[in-house]
Design a protein around this ligand. Structure first.
Ligand code: ZN
Ligand code: ZN
Length: 301
């Protein structure tokens, strides 16, 4: 990837680049350019957990070779969607999604849906989500979760955007909604995939991607590593779900996009390939699914 000597720092009115000038002076970028860049396809760095040090978090992501982030809205309350879009506006390499987590499905009013529909027209909004079903916590009644997921799936088809699906103990119902609502036109990803191989098969058959998170690094996750070993290379994505689910060796701390490298390393290890092969494939898949520009030049808004 070519250097851009005229980085964003001299253009005060431009969006702030997802990069920093110090890297270019230190030669850190030359080191990074020997590695395939990574994409964190699911993080919530717009939330208050990152208010104190968001700038440093982004700098550490760059330092770790992570050049693209999908900032996922609908994590907590409706304002996280606006915050995701605003953050994506401010930084090259950052994109947003808009939706509402199944936990909070019960709190979505009709005017909220109108507001989200409006946001889908923003050029940096690349998907609907997160949405889906969570029958483990049942924070919203299942009927309400189902209705909301169905509506978001419909919105994704209408707006021709992919969908970012949260699925916990609801494999069958998630697949049914994708099948019934999508009619073959719905594309998307099962984020933070933790189900078994049979469920993986059913999602792959629907044309969906499987995204692996820090859970794949956990000691007790042999079953998930088996799925990660078996999953087709052209159907896998990687993510952090930051601030949640920090991978080993950061487990228990606040997660951040830089740590997506640990997920890539674990996938590489279980599949017996190099990290760059995973980074290349996951990057290609993410660009295809979310319609991201290829070879984005950091520093250019
Ligand atoms: Zn989720
Ligand atoms: Zn999430």
């Amino acid at each position: 990837m070519p250097e851009t000597p005229s980085g964003g720092i001299t253009h005060a009115v431009r969006p702030e680049p997802f990069d920093n000038a110090q890297d270019r002076r230190s030669g850190a970028q030359a080191e990074r350019s020997r590695r395939a860049p990574l994409i964190d396809t699911h993080c919530h760095i717009q939330t208050e957990e990152f208010d104190e040090d968001r700038h440093e978090v982004l700098a550490r992501a760059r330092e770790a070779g992570v050049d693209t982030l999908i900032v996922v809205g609908g994590a907590g309350d409706l304002s996280t969607n606006d915050a995701a879009v605003t953050l994506a506006e401010q930084h090259a390499g950052l994109y947003a999604t808009v939706g509402m987590h199944p936990h909070d499905a019960k709190d979505v009013a009709e005017e909220d849906m109108d507001r989200l529909r409006g946001l889908t027209g923003h050029p940096k909004v690349v998907a609907i989500g997160e949405t889906g079903l969570d029958f483990h916590y049942d924070n919203s009644p299942r009927e309400v979760q189902r209705e909301m997921f169905d509506r978001f799936a419909g919105l994704a088809v209408e707006r021709r955007l992919p969908i970012v699906v949260h699925n916990r103990e609801s494999d069958r119902e998630v697949a049914e909604t994708i099948r019934n609502r999508g009619g073959g036109k719905l594309e998307g990803v099962i984020h933070c995939f933790t189900s078994d191989q049979a469920a993986a098969r059913s999602f792959l058959d629907l044309g969906f991607y499987l995204s692996f998170s820090g859970i794949v690094t956990f000691k007790n996750a042999d079953g998930l590593r088996d799925v990660a070993r078996w999953a087709p290379l052209d159907r896998l994505l990687i993510e952090t779900d930051a601030p949640f689910l920090a991978p080993v060796p950061k487990r228990g701390r606040r997660n951040e996009p830089a740590y997506v490298r640990f997920v890539a390393e674990t996938l590489a290890q279980v599949r017996g390939v190099g990290v760059d092969e995973i980074a290349d494939a996951a990057g290609r898949n993410a660009r295809a699914l979310f319609g991201l520009p290829s070879g984005e030049t950091p520093g250019k808004p």
